[in-house]
Design a protein around this ligand. Structure first.
Ligand code: NAD
Ligand code: 4TP
Length: 316
């Protein structure tokens, strides 16, 4: 049985709602045991939804939960913070006690309030895994994006960008390319430029001239098909989506504004690249403005759980 752990994120966000709705929609999955972290003492509305499809057993910690075998959904009613749920699950994944984790949205503020220095799940996973670089990858129905830099203030992006930063992102984007259906795998990875008009041969910034000549040799050496620097304001025209297996965006919003505009809440999965286990997530946030209103769309969480299972099967 694959053990897949779901964390439900901020207590006052839509995490539990989208997770319960997603589980209700997908029902039990052959060969998969689900574990669900949630706050102790919550209203039973969403648990009742889960109970329509699953036999649920409640415990109060992960260690206890992992001892339970059989056709149950194991519900962890916890008084730890949601950031601790993520950290404990990541440790269990790292120790191979768990096969995959799918996370509902967690605010960076709540991670800070839990006493952690990490900026997001990605940083928690990187710390637990002790790896040098982790990249955020986003898989969508229309196109896929890998971010070369993460949660970095915009003022620091140019200081941080270098050939080696983009080359590491390219290697992770290539992992995404190789996991795509054969026809898509053949398409190059499109790497965006940084400046307006991709620098226009150095007239509007030097970053493209500093990064891309080396990147092209690096890609050739690693047999990775690439194109770039793509002109950022034209790269995401719909007619270009099918030209590239993956886009590499140089900073967070360069890739996520188009990705979220197009995929909205209807699809889109976030995959952590560079950690030694499977972690997927939604492509939206905590949506506190609609907390408790039963308005949250669970499609991204449903995709995140499906991808966690698919990737865990490939890993096992
Ligand atoms: N995977 C994650 O853990 C993750 C991802 C993104 C953002 N965040 C965090 O979430 C918090 C809020 O982020 P934000 O305000 O930038 O974006 P957000 O996605 O929470 O909200 C943007 C808008 O989209 C709506 N929305 C989001 N998801 C929806 C859904 N499933 N169904 C219906 N409407 C939905 C919201 O109601 C809001 O109007 C921040 O603290 C951020 O750090 C976490
Ligand atoms: N950049 C992500 C997004 O907008 O979807 C997000 O903030 C999630 O980050 P973590 O997975 O590191 O929490």
């Amino acid at each position: 049985m694959l053990k897949v752990v779901l964390t439900t994120g901020d207590h006052d966000g839509i995490g539990l709602e989208v997770t319960a709705k997603a589980l209700h929609k997908m029902g039990p999955q052959k060969g998969v045991q689900f574990f669900l972290w949630r706050k102790d003492g919550i209203s039973s509305k969403y648990l009742k939804l889960i109970d329509q499809k699953f036999t649920r057993i409640t415990v109060d910690d992960l260690e206890e939960a992992l001892k339970i075998e059989g056709p149950y959904l194991v519900d962890i009613a916890s008084d730890l913070t949601p950031a601790h749920w993520v950290e404990q699950t990541a440790k269990a994944c790292f120790q191979k006690k768990v096969d995959a984790m799918a996370t509902a949205p967690l605010s960076k503020t709540s991670i800070k309030e839990a006493g952690f220095k990490d900026l997001g799940h990605t940083d928690i996973l990187k710390r637990v895994s002790k790896v040098k670089s982790v990249h955020m990858g986003f898989i969508g129905d229309h196109f896929n994006v890998v971010l070369a830099t993460g949660h970095l203030p915009i003022a620091q992006v140019t200081k941080h960008l270098s050939f080696s930063v983009v080359a590491e992102a390219l290697l992770h984007a290539n992992q995404v390319r190789k996991s795509l259906p054969p026809a898509q795998q053949k398409k190059p990875i499109g790497i965006l430029g940084l400046n307006p008009h991709a620098g226009e041969n150095g007239l509007i910034g030097q970053e493209e001239l500093l990064i891309f000549p080396n990147l092209k040799s690096f890609a050739k050496e690693h047999k990775i098909p690439i194109e770039g620097p793509l002109v950022p304001d034209a790269a995401f025209f719909p007619e270009n989506w099918k030209k590239y297996s993956v886009y590499v965006a140089l900073y967070h919003d360069q890739g996520l504004i188009p990705f979220k505009m197009i995929h909205g809440q209807d699809s889109g999965v976030h995959i952590s690249l560079g950690i030694p286990f499977v972690r997927t997530s939604v492509d939206h946030g905590t949506a506190k403005d609609i907390f408790g209103k039963n308005k949250a769309n669970p499609s991204s969480m449903l995709d995140a759980i499906r991808w966690a299972i698919k990737l865990a099967r490939q890993h096992s």
